[in-house]
Design a protein around this ligand. Sequence first.
Ligand code: GAR
Length: 198
Amino acid sequence: MQSVDGKNFLNIAVFVSGTGTNMQAMIEAGVPISLIVADRPCKALKIANEANISTALIERTNFGSNFDREEYTSRVLHTLQTHNIGLVAMAGYMTILGNSVFKEYGGRILNTHPSLLPLFKGDRAVKDALEAGATETGCTIHIATNELDAGPILAQRAVPILKNDTVEILHERIKKEERVLYPEVLKDILSGNVALIS
Ligand code: GAR
């Protein structure tokens, strides 16, 4: 399937930083993945290697305020172009990328976030929902833009917050839903049931 600018949607890159259970769910659901990109050594890379999927570790070593986001993003962009990637699925990728990637891949970068956006944006979404005393939260699959966790929403699933929940227990309940929803959304895009708009 060709997008308007000729990049092949079937060439999907999944971006990871951690345990990679969403990525694993995509693999198990039969989502065709051309490349796994990680910003740090992580369990997800090990799973990708075991599944014989190409990997690229574009390591981020600077987590300080002087991190050169655009320089890092240009390395990411170069990797995507080298592999002729048409669609990016961020799955627990914990580096915020710079503008250049959104210019080049506008409308074709997806993300999953562990809350019902627009509620609880940012990297403490599960903790924030618990601390706010919310009775439910969930997950959101959305198109990523250069505004963090604010791009168009493609799908959401709610989960209850239970009395004795900890961040870990609640996050795992959310991830259980993400692992079903994210592959479904990707398959809908690949089959043309969901259209992406740049
Ligand atoms: C997922 O819950 C995802 O929503 C979250 O990281 C987890 C990754 O789990 N992403 C973010 O918080 C992004 N801000 P996984 O590595 O087991 O797939």
